[in-house]
Design a binder for this molecule. Structure first.
Ligand SMILES: Cc1cc2nc3c(=O)[nH]c(=O)nc-3n(C[C@H](O)[C@H](O)[C@H](O)COP(=O)(O)OP(=O)(O)OC[C@H]3O[C@@H](n4cnc5c(N)ncnc54)[C@H](O)[C@@H]3O)c2cc1C
Length: 401
């Protein structure tokens, strides 16, 4: 009998794993997704960037799987006629005191073999982005933009064509690992599997607790809010313009992105969300908020990052403060150029008991259950490579390259 494998979560990671399993044959794959469509959470609410691997610790899972995932994503999009645009990315130092951190990014990018990477002077950077002010930059010409929701739909079509099932509107409410079988209860019934893979994004710690795994790391939801650029002013941005990131913080800072459909957006910032799926300040979950406040690492995180947190929250509530962050890069920017707040996304950032934020992708194994416990950016870029990694290192099913 074919091995029965259940996957919780119909985001890009769960669907990519389902596709790799279904393509290999010999398994009976079922994805359980609580929403009525795939890609309903992080996968459908992100910047759409295919990262080229500039920032990640050389040798880390992020560095390795991002590089492999980028080429797999490009090939998949070409094959399926899905949009894939290499608009290129600049990381811009606006002042001289940012140059040592730009040097670090350049060094790391070279260790990660980011293709085509170049260091640019102020004059050279303006040849690429004429409206940007900066003293120097690094340029990654192969950083691309895509539509991750469309990619996930296409991956899901492959799963169904290969005989796998994607059951929508089925929220997993309990998991009972037993001898040889894992029984999963959902809002629509129960399923028995030989193995289970959890790719539940913002809910991954909630499902981990159902499985009996350690409560740490916990998910700390961080909302990222975007502003759209006014029509008629979108020419200020040709590709992607990023700040030099602050290494103490896991997010990249507010940036400009020309999307795959030529929409230009500014963002995302990073504010603590008051609910796991809290897409605006009005969405509050007392349970999620209290859980975060009571977490043993909360005082440490608050002490380390209160200044940055206060700045991000103020900029979320007061448009001129958000505008100031953006205008550092484009002095011609006017307040009215940030036309409207658009759909936000909420990042699932894993947070340890000691207050530290996990940097690398993290996969745990508890008996027959494989748990993706930290799959933040660049997990959309890396999804197909994460699938290969899980099959090879956790399920003992090496993939033919
Ligand atoms: C604002 C923002 C910008 C980002 N930008 C980029 C970028 O430009 N490039 C990049 O590579 N990455 C980016 N990321 C990161 C990327 O989007 C995520 O790393 C990736 O989408 C994670 O995919 P996932 O499948 O793990 O999670 P998700 O897409 O969140 O999927 C998890 C799924 O599990 C389901 N689920 C949860 N609990 C249950 C349950 N009990 N029962 C059934 N189903 C359940 C959810 O409904 C959801 O559909 C960004 C993220 C955000 C939020």
């Amino acid at each position: 009998m074919a091995e029965r494998i259940g996957i919780i979560g119909g985001g890009i990671v769960g669907i990519a794993i389902a596709r790799a399993l279904a393509a290999g044959g010999g398994t009976d794959v079922t994805v359980l997704e609580k929403e009525h469509r795939v890609a309903a959470h992080q996968t459908g609410h992100n910047s759409g960037v295919v990262h080229a691997g500039l920032y990640y610790q050389p040798g880390s899972l992020k560095a390795r799987l991002c590089a492999r995932g980028r080429s797999m994503t490009r090939e998949f999009c070409q094959d399926r006629n899905l949009p894939y645009r290499e608009l290129g990315k600049l990381v811009v130092a606006v002042t001289n005191d940012e140059l040592p951190r730009l040097d670090d990014i350049e060094r790391r990018s070279r260790e990660n073999r980011v293709p085509g990477l170049r260091r640019l002077t102020a004059g050279q950077l303006r040849e690429i982005e004429p409206h940007v002010a900066g003293v120097a930059a690094v340029h990654s010409p192969h950083t691309a933009v895509v539509d991750y929701a469309a990619i996930t739909e296409a991956l899901a079509d492959d799963v169904r064509r290969a005989g796998g099932k994607i059951l929508l509107g089925q929220e997993v409410t309990a998991v009972a690992p037993g001898a040889g079988t894992v029984t999963v209860s959902t809002t629509a019934g129960t399923h028995d599997f030989d193995r289970l893979i959890v790719c539940a994004g913002l809910q991954s710690d909630v499902v981990a607790r159902m499985v009996g795994a350690t409560p740490s790391p916990k998910i700390l939801p961080f909302r990222g809010e975007y502003w759209s650029m006014a029509a008629g002013r979108q020419d200020l941005v040709k590709g992607m313009i990023y700040p030099v990131p602050d290494p103490r913080f896991p997010f990249l800072g507010v940036h400009f992105t020309r999307g795959v459909y030529d929409d230009v957006h500014v963002g995302p910032n990073a504010v603590p969300a008051l609910a796991r799926e809290g897409y605006g300040w009005g969405r509050i979950s007392l349970r999620d908020t209290l859980e975060s406040l009571r977490w043993p690492g909360a005082p440490v995180l608050a002490r380390q990052h209160w200044r940055m947190g206060a700045r991000e929250i103020s900029a979320s509530l007061v448009k001129p403060l958000y505008f100031q962050q953006a205008r550092r890069f484009i002095p011609e920017l006017r307040p009215a150029d940030l036309a409207a707040k658009t759909a936000a996304g909420v990042r699932a950032q894993a947070w340890d008991k000691d207050g530290s934020l996990l940097d690398d992708f993290a996969v745990d194994q508890v008996g027959a259950v494989t748990l993706l416990r930290n799959a933040p950016s660049p997990a959309a870029t890396s999804a197909m490579a994460i699938a290969e990694h899980v099959l090879e290192h956790h399920l003992g099913m090496p993939q033919v390259p």
